[in-house]
Design a binder for this molecule. Structure first.
Ligand SMILES: Nc1ncnc2c1ncn2[C@@H]1O[C@H](COP(=O)(O)OP(=O)(O)OP(=O)(O)O)[C@@H](O)[C@H]1O
Ligand SMILES: [Mg+2]
Length: 254
């Protein structure tokens, strides 16, 4: 069996009995109520669920932006549910984030926006950073826009910058909360295709939260959050594709 096969793939994220309760004294919201989840490395994962079901809450926990109320989480074998402040800052640098509203620095150029996380990480000198910036700009197809600032870009181009920036520090994981939510469907399709291509090329895991089932159908695995609980789902159309693939593989082998 090849070492990239499903069974031998390493576990990247593990959540055990994860809960999150928001309690600001006036209102208590049990946003997550016992999430058990395993995500292996080198996967494109989609999380779906109705508004308010807890998708962003879960992403925030996985990305170290918030702490669970109870339960445990591991990233790449390291327990992350009980990191102190300093460890939390270091952990967050290992995760790339793509935002629905792009979240670019308005006065910085495409090149500078992509370089910024590398400056914070303090791992590469200026020369090495510029080489990586140019490489990422090429990967997302923005060679002709690198000196533009965000107001001089289309929405799709802004999200391409967001993708390159998320890849800047070579993360094993990228989290994307509704990355196509502010794009028309054609541009959204292109962005998802780019994310999928780069996920494979860099052998990373990408978790996409989406309300768009066409986006979810493109994922290797889909999870749904309902009432603060998570369940694996198979979407109609996706199952047919999976069976066709299986048939093709069988025919090839025989
Ligand atoms: N900081 C907070 N304080 C109190 N309640 C919160 C807070 N953040 C989220 N919630 C509540 O937790 C629940 C889950 O919210 P979350 O943002 O995770 O939903 P979501 O699935 O991402 O929804 P959407 O699809 O609309 O983005 C909601 O009922 C929300 O009102
Ligand atoms: Mg949300």
């Amino acid at each position: 069996m090849s070492n990239t096969s499903n069974r031998s793939r390493k576990i990247l994220i593990k959540c055990e009995k994860l809960t999150k309760t928001y309690d600001d004294r006036s209102v208590i919201v049990k946003a997550l109520q016992g999430i058990d989840l395993i995500i292996k490395e080198n996967k494109f994962i989609a999380i779906i669920g109705s508004s308010g079901s807890g998708k962003t809450t879960l992403l925030n926990l996985i990305g170290g932006l918030d702490k669970p109320t109870s339960g445990k989480m591991w990233f790449d074998g390291e327990e992350i549910s009980s990191l102190n402040k300093k460890e939390g800052v270091l952990f967050r640098r290992k995760v790339g984030i793509i935002f629905q509203d792009f979240n670019l620095h308005s006065v910085l150029t495409v090149q500078q926006n992509i370089e910024l996380p590398m400056i914070y990480a303090e791992k590469l000198d200026k020369h090495a950073r510029m080489i990586r910036v140019e490489d990422l700009i090429e990967k997302v197809g923005l060679e002709k826009r690198k000196r533009h600032i965000p107001t001089q870009l289309s929405s799709g181009e802004k999200q391409r910058v967001g993708i390159a920036r998320a890849l800047a520090n070579n993360p094993k994981l990228i989290l994307a909360d509704q990355p196509t939510g502010n794009l028309d469907s054609k541009t959204g399709d292109k962005i998802i295709k780019l994310m999928k291509d780069l996920q494979k090329e860099f052998s990373i895991t990408i978790i996409v939260v989406t309300h768009n089932l066409d986006v979810a159908r493109k994922a290797d695995r889909v999870f749904a959050i309902e009432d603060g609980k998570i369940i694996p789902v198979t979407l109609e159309g996706k199952e047919k594709k999976r069976m066709k693939k299986k048939k093709r593989k069988k025919a090839k082998a025989s």
